[in-house]
Design a protein around this ligand. Structure first.
Ligand SMILES: [Zn+2]
Length: 240
């Protein structure tokens, strides 16, 4: 899934059709065999090079495989074999695509936002409690995206330039549907800190562009939100 989603992200960015036959080397086009497609290990054994033409294979494939593997295990450990697990597996797969696209081209394609919204709606309909889930979802979706939208419109007027990426706001809307509003506020807080840390890291690497891609920060924020969000909020409320 990790390397497959890498291809999905790249093909959505370049506008190629997503389904395009078997995996092949991006340089020489040689079809890849079973031994070339073992997650993580193939890349390690081939030392990051194509077996057929020797050209370098980006570390983002094994990294995506590793990260997504960890995320799937965490979801399964937390939610067991339930519909919620299935729903979140789709959400975090989308967030990986969003992260890759935002890192690559500073774009969050609308297609991923739409797929995320549809996925949530399907699982609202499958839940035994449609009205309650719908209410939770609508409040969650607007809890961060609406204040951010208003803030960015005001800032745009004052500073007379685009201050906030529309993609980030849409991402908060889509992912916000999956969580209660307190978790969403916590995620906003954590994403801002993570985004600033990413920004410092990017600066120290002498990155020419000054723009911070917030998509990855928001995705990491929603991972932490899923992992410990409600626990942290209960802990905080317990203080009073
Ligand atoms: Zn090759």
């Amino acid at each position: 899934m990790g390397s497959f989603l890498n291809c999905v992200a790249m093909r959505v960015l370049s506008g190629e059709p997503i389904a395009r036959g078997r995996s092949h080397c991006m340089s020489c086009g040689h079809k890849l065999g079973v031994l070339d497609l073992i997650p993580l290990f193939s890349w390690l054994f081939l030392r990051g090079k194509c077996r057929y033409c020797g050209s370098k294979i980006s570390a983002r494939y094994p990294l995506s495989e590793l990260v997504l593997g960890i995320v799937y295990v965490v979801i399964l450990a937390k939610y067991d074999l339930t519909l919620k697990t299935l729903e979140l597996v789709v959400l975090y797969s989308i967030l990986l695509c969003v992260t890759l696209c935002d890192l690559d081209k500073h774009i969050i394609p609308d297609r991923f936002i739409v797929v995320g919204i549809i996925n949530r709606i399907i699982f609202i309909l499958l839940s035994g409690n449609i009205l309650e889930e719908l209410k939770l979802s609508v409040i969650g979706a607007f809890s961060v995206s609406l204040p951010l939208l208003i803030l960015s419109l005001i800032l745009d007027k004052i500073l007379k330039k685009d201050t906030m990426g529309g993609g980030d706001i849409k991402l908060f809307f889509m992912a916000g549907m999956y969580f209660a509003w307190p978790v969403n506020l916590l995620v906003l807080f954590m994403s801002a800190i993570i985004g600033i840390l990413f920004g410092i890291l990017a600066k120290s690497k002498k990155n020419e562009e000054n723009q911070i891609p917030f998509g990855p920060a928001i995705s990491v924020g929603y991972f932490l939100g899923m992992l410990v969000g409600s626990e942290l909020i209960n802990l905080y409320l317990g203080l009073f």
